[in-house]
Design a protein around this ligand. Structure first.
Ligand code: ATP
Ligand code: ZN
Length: 686
């Protein structure tokens, strides 16, 4: 950290957008790291406020409401409550989880806008914007789709192409279409207020590049410097929309603030509300103090798609306003993927937090542990159920859980769960090793190295196991009961420290550990523990249970079945129907269940695989254009559906005898079409 011992910390996590539930990517990206960091500060009695809330404005919400035949208010109420519950369930310790639809937020956002307006910071510009003549509405952001000029994706939005990530303005789209009427919009002039980022560029460069920000994470600093190199452009801070914070100017009737203007102000309005509720002074967490040494240290935790707004736009707004502190750190994470594919709300490729808890009740810490261990700190990372199982079984169960359990069982077996004169740890080497763990974890967490931090915690459990294995109390008990007692009581001290250190990472586990030891949970790091003479331990119980293969298979099957929970792609993505055919034509197709026996790439092609198929009638060769989606080695044994009476055709010199049936979604992704139960090759499909 740059600032040595700031007096106060203001910590924020990205405001989740209230148009869908939370998934594991959200947790790993912006919430678990912040929560660990804040817990670590609180365990040292630092003064910290940790705020978040739902982002409830913008076109994506009104569009969703329209699609579902309901109101924007109903959408945000539903998801705000669901998201809030998930955060509570996973122990994300916000001081307040607020929402941007609250009046206090609208007021503060307007105040910000007016402050900049009165200082003449905005550039007012008339420009031609797309307008839907049928709906009498300007088409901002997600109200317009078209072909991306960078990658050719034909469902890019007016503000961004989600396929290649390019940030766009509606007029850059090729073949623009209104998402309201589906028609081609017309251009009409409208007035907007632009934030002159070009004007702030020199200041930003100084702040970011010449300032001390090169100690920021390289992924964050790299993105910022590359934007600055490209040169910043003015960005419109207002929209022609009917859902959001009103632009507080008479001449701007019917216009709203851009959602990325008001969303980060949501951090401040949340703090204001919290201060009101708890008799605190919100200004001391956000405003510059008379003595700069008294300024709070502001830290934004976000995922990588939010970097530009937290490192360029919001700081520019705060700077233009003048009274506010600027972020000291923006430790953005890269993205978490799932089982080889991007997490996606629209494709329902996700592990949803509320579903996880229904299916794996009380396993919050297990997920926190895995997500911390694989956190996308410096590059994208991947969650797989197999890895989840392995980390729980081989680490949480086999190392941490096992150590605690062995010691507790032996203490009960030999000494009825009672200590005798165990007031302090009677092994200096152990004492020093434990001290080191505290120091190293502190260093890691101050550097936002959460993966190293949680690995270091696990090392303490390893240390315990090693000590226990070396001392072999089960062998010494008969002859040297006093020595045995000392060893086991030393282990109790290690367990207490495991409880203490777990508090930041695995809060529920920490509580369980202290309950088993029958010690109070102080909410502080304790360098020393004292057991009273004759202290009675509680009955041991397992901290973690093994994850069985069956569960992994069930979760994988569920992911593959991809039943849509939140279906955002509508009929607009489906191809139009083909002309009718006769029943006889249909009946003439001979489709069978088959199985892939062998697969190899066709040389010098990108898309083709040569497959050997067991059709039940014969073994034959089929050339299939699926190489971009499947590795040959992964699909041997795969059951398929095959059209067997298609006229053979030579492809790249190979005779292809039939066609494998594949489903294709609107992104062009392919997947096998197979009977939902395994049927023997040769079974008829009709
Ligand atoms: N797969 C992911 N990995 C890491 N961080 C993520 C991931 N998905 C979202 N985030 C982060 O979570 C925070 C809240 O996300 P937000 O509500 O804006 O959803 P989003 O980015 O639109 O995600 P989605 O498209 O899946 O709904 C943001 O900071 C975002 O960067
Ligand atoms: Zn694109």
């Amino acid at each position: 950290m740059t600032t040595k011992n700031p007096k106060k910390y203001t910590v924020t996590s990205a405001l989740p957008y209230a148009n869908g539930p939370l998934h594991i990517g959200h947790l790993a990206g912006a919430y678990i790291p912040a929560d660990i960091f804040v817990r670590h500060l609180r365990l040292q009695q630092k003064d910290v406020v940790y705020v978040c809330g739902s982002d409830e404005h913008g076109a994506a919400i009104t569009i969703k409401a329209k699609k579902e035949g309901t109101t924007p208010q109903a959408i945000i109420d539903k998801y705000h409550n669901q998201i809030k519950q998930s955060f509570e369930d996973f122990g994300i310790g916000f001081d307040i989880y607020h929402r941007t639809s609250a009046p206090i937020h609208h007021d503060l956002s307007k105040e910000f806008f007016l402050n900049l307006y009165e200082k003449d910071e905005f550039v007012e510009k008339f420009s031609d914007q797309y307008y839907d003549e049928e709906y009498h509405q300007f088409l901002a952001d997600r109200y317009i789709t078209g072909t991306c000029p960078s990658c050719g994706n034909d469902s890019a939005y007016g503000d961004q192409c989600e396929k290649c990530g390019t940030s766009l303005s509606p007029t850059e789209l090729i073949n623009p279409k209104s998402t309201l009427s589906g028609k081609t919009p017309v251009l009409k002039p409208t007035k907007h207020w632009y934030l002159p980022l070009d004007k702030y560029q020199p200041w930003l460069e100084k702040w970011l590049l010449e300032g001390k920000k090169d100690n920021w994470k390289t992924n964050v600093y790299g993105q910022c410097s590359s934007w600055l190199k490209q040169g910043l452009q003015p960005r419109s801070m207002t929209r022609d929309l009917d859902w959001g914070v009103d632009v507080p100017l008479e001449e701007a009737e019917g216009k709203k603030l851009y959602v990325w203007l008001d969303a980060p102000i949501g951090y401040i309005s949340a703090t204001k509300q919290w201060a009101l509720d708890h008799g605190k002074d919100w200004k001391s967490y956000w405003k510059k103090q008379e003595n700069p040494e008294d300024d709070a240290c502001l830290i934004h935790f976000i995922g990588k798609d939010n970097i530009v707004f937290h490192c360029i736009t919001f700081p520019s707004i705060l700077h233009a306003h003048g009274e506010y502190i600027l972020p000291e750190h923006v430790p953005a994470n890269e993205f978490l993927n799932l089982e080889g594919d991007k997490l996606s709300t629209s494709r329902n490729h996700a592990v949803w937090l509320h579903e996880y808890l229904e299916e794996l009740p009380n396993k919050q810490d297990e997920l926190r542990y895995v997500l911390t261990s694989i956190m996308p700190e410096t590059s994208d990372s991947e969650f797989t159920w197999k890895d989840y199982q392995a980390r729980i079984n081989n680490e949480l169960v086999a190392i941490l859980g096992n150590f605690v359990n062995r010691v507790m069982i032996l203490m009960h077996k030999y000494f009825e769960g009672k200590t005798l004169g165990a007031t302090s740890l009677k092994d200096d080497t152990l004492q020093n090793q434990l001290k080191e763990a505290y120091t190293e974890i502190d260093t890691y967490l101050n550097d936002f190295k959460f993966r190293n931090g949680v690995a270091r915690l696990m090392d303490v459990a390893r240390l315990g196991n090693k000590y226990l294995t070396e001392k072999e109390p089960w062998k010494t008990f008969k002859e040297k009961p006093e020595e045995t007692r000392e060893v086991l009581q030393n282990c109790l001290h290690i367990i207490a420290h495991l409880g203490s250190l777990s508090q930041a990472f695995l809060p529920r586990t920490a509580t369980k550990i202290f309950a088993m030891l029958n010690l109070p949970e102080t909410g502080l790091y304790q360098q020393d523990f004292k057991f009273a003479d004759g202290h009675q331990l509680s009955t041991p119980s397992l901290l973690f249970e093994k994850i069985e293969d069956e569960l992994v298979e069930k979760q994988l099957a569920k992911l593959n079945s991809k039943k849509p929970v939140v279906e955002e792609h509508t009929a607009k993505d489906a191809l139009p129907a083909k002309a009718n055919i006769s029943f006889d034509n249909f009946a003439s197709l001979d489709i069978r269940a088959g199985k892939i026996l062998a697969a190899e790439k066709v040389a010098k092609t990108k898309k083709l695989l040569k497959l050997t198929i067991d059709t039940g009638l014969d073994e034959r060769t089929v050339v299939s254009g699926i190489a971009e989606y499947y590795n040959p080695e992964d699909i041997v044994g795969q059951h398929v559906s095959i059209l067997i009476n298609l006229e053979p055709r030579e492809i790249k010199g190979i005779l292809s005898q039939g066609m494998i049936l594949m489903a294709e979604n609107s992104d062009g992704k392919l997947t096998f079409v197979t009977p939902t139960q395994t049927f023997a090759p040769g079974s008829v499909i009709r």
